[in-house]
Design a protein around this ligand. Structure first.
Ligand SMILES: [Zn+2]
Ligand SMILES: [Zn+2]
Ligand SMILES: [Zn+2]
Ligand SMILES: [Zn+2]
Ligand SMILES: [Zn+2]
Ligand SMILES: [Zn+2]
Length: 228
């Protein structure tokens, strides 16, 4: 795998931290009591990037979230990754896609569109065929509900929403982003990247990984298998 020689993954410089981050293996209590600054979930057992003096930790996958997205269909500008929500009281910032709060974690922001997105929500597929909830037609990601009152009723939880959602215009089927089981189209690519980091670590005498196989298995981490 090109680009994954050990030297290049053992130490990284991340744009949100002034010091070098070192690849380390987290175990036991330390793994469950420390949080990733990217997703604010427990770091979990396994490899992570660490700055020891600051106790700054990042999941390997969270370290790979790009600094900018330039081609998102919801924004004709540049979506920039922020270390924490932009310009709001921390409790007031919600993700435009899933309408869940974004507190003290990485998020994408465009000030012109007033758009804030969890990294995973910035990566939702624009269309896909649902394996069981709606098999007849493709579902399309809508940024604004296509109804006069700009609201939709979710076919899964029956709640009303005004955020991004998946829609089928033939059936007037709607579902919240978080109620929809979304196949993660780029999941395998990123997991490959994480696994390559793990392999490089083991091959270079970094120690046994024990039962630990990849950076995905941390508790509560990667609900959608990607950039959470
Ligand atoms: Zn993380
Ligand atoms: Zn530091
Ligand atoms: Zn924009
Ligand atoms: Zn979201
Ligand atoms: Zn719902
Ligand atoms: Zn349909």
């Amino acid at each position: 795998m090109a680009g994954f020689d050990f030297a290049s993954v053992r130490e990284i410089h991340h744009f949100f931290h002034p010091h070098i981050l070192e690849l380390t293996i987290c175990r036991g209590r330390e793994a469950n009591e420390n949080y990733c600054r990217g997703c604010m979930k427990p770091i979990g057992e396994g490899l992570a990037y660490h700055c020891q003096p600051c106790n700054f930790l990042l999941h390997v996958t969270c370290s790979q979230i790009p600094q900018q997205i330039t081609d998102h269909p919801a924004c004709s500008h540049v979506l920039c990754l922020q270390p924490q929500p932009w310009n709001y009281a921390p409790s007031a910032c919600r993700c435009n896609a899933c309408w869940q709060p974004i507190t003290q974690r990485f998020s994408f922001h465009c000030s012109i569109c007033r758009l804030d997105l969890h990294p995973s929500c910035a990566n939702l597929p624009m269309e896909f065929k649902h394996p069981h909830d709606h098999q007849r037609h493709k579902l399309f990601l809508f940024f604004i509900p296509p109804y006069q009152n700009r609201l939709f009723t979710c076919n899964i939880c029956h709640g009303v929403g005004g955020s991004w959602h998946y829609h089928c215009s033939e059936c007037n089927y709607d579902s919240h982003v978080n109620c929809t089981q979304i196949p993660s189209i780029r999941e395998s690519l990123l997991n490959e990247a994480s696994e390559a980091v793990s392999r490089a670590y083991v091959n270079n005498g970094g120690g046994h990984m024990g039962g630990y196989m990849s950076t995905r298995s941390g508790p509560g981490h990667m609900e959608r298998g990607f950039w959470e």
